[in-house]
Design a protein around this ligand. Sequence first.
Ligand SMILES: NC(=O)c1ccc[n+]([C@@H]2O[C@H](COP(=O)([O-])OP(=O)(O)OC[C@H]3O[C@@H](n4cnc5c(N)ncnc54)[C@H](OP(=O)(O)O)[C@@H]3O)[C@@H](O)[C@H]2O)c1
Length: 298
Amino acid sequence: METITLSSEVTVSRIIQGFWRLHSWNWTPQELHDFMVQAIELGVTTFDTAEIYGNYTAETQLGEVLKLDPSLRSKIQIITKTGINKLHPDRPYTFKHYETSYDKIIFSCNESLKKLNTSHIDVYLIHREDPFFDHHEADRAFKQLKAEGKIKTYGVCNYDPVKFSAFHKVSNQALVTNQIEVSPLEFEHFNSGMMDLLQAEKVHPMFWSPLAGGSIFTSEEPSIVALRTVLTRIASTHHVDLDTIVYAWLLMHPVKGLVISGSQKISRLKNAIAGLSIKLSLEEWYEIYLASGQQVLR
Ligand SMILES: NC(=O)c1ccc[n+]([C@@H]2O[C@H](COP(=O)([O-])OP(=O)(O)OC[C@H]3O[C@@H](n4cnc5c(N)ncnc54)[C@H](OP(=O)(O)O)[C@@H]3O)[C@@H](O)[C@H]2O)c1
């Protein structure tokens, strides 16, 4: 498995397993453990979660696995996120909102460490752009957590270029990633210049919903059917499954991004890994880029 060194402190697998949907899989700790062991055997050692996933339960599920098998901790890297206050009977909020204050980041991190049953988080991220963001206070919290050994690195998700640049500057270039939605159906970050800024800053993005949450396979929307037709033809040329072509398309971009697979099936994780070995032609890359009709060449 190819790895990406995000900083001197953290190296992650280029294919990451995501746990946004974990709660709906209804797995026992043993079943989740077995899934993670299979992923690790395939070289997928990095796992993505968040404070709010599964309505605040996903981190606990991961923590139960680490309690069951503490030897796993040294073999994996954990990404988790803070910054969203969702309504929940055990939380004091009356209205869903974002919070990225110093106190919130410190509180969330300590709570996540407890739930995850670990002494440190490898990559700690702000989950969403916060319009009420105090860069200096957030950076103070992250730097303190780093100094205490509670997090190894930090970064953001879903930031636009201006917001990324502002926080990257305040943090003295400490941000190790921007986790963003990119797929052959989602082009915001191509159009905003984010992909270009990240290359200039030598920061590797992590692409979430690489398969557009599965809609690439299931939707009958005409633009998605058009994309599926192109992907199916290219997949048959390369003798692989359609999703492998999507992963190859994402992975070959010069920004050198990582992909977060959200499937509960090891066979589909293997298809993601297979994307590392497929080399698309530039013409194929552009065919996929243009297939849904959202993008035009100027
Ligand atoms: N930072 C953020 O703001 C943010 C936001 C969203 C997500 N994320 C992260 O990114 C990860 C990946 O996102 P995602 O789950 O949306 O990724 P995804 O890989 O685009 O979608 C996964 C979904 O697609 C389905 N799927 C895969 N192959 C399929 C096929 N051949 N036919 C039909 N359905 C298929 C999967 O079902 P099966 O399970 O049945 O295979 C699963 O429900 C998340 O788990 C999370 O860790 C981050």
